[in-house]
Design a protein around this ligand. Sequence first.
Ligand SMILES: [Zn+2]
Length: 81
Amino acid sequence: MGNNTRTCEKCLTVIPVGINYFSIVKNLEHTLNSNNDELEIEVVDSIEVIVLCQNCGSNFNEYNISAIINAIPARGMEGRN
Ligand SMILES: [Zn+2]
């Protein structure tokens, strides 16, 4: 196992180089109007938060996302649920 492999953070499977995987990324971004009046998104900063193998990533769906969103504290609302 070299330094170039990734590890699934759910099942700890090593993900070899060249194999597809899922990553959950926290982007800081904003929208722009391009010259041809189409909306563009500029990414200001990007942090890879979670790496998942294909199996675990495939099980990550809209139901899991809502659980994560519910776990994020809103400013000034810590402790509420
Ligand atoms: Zn996995």
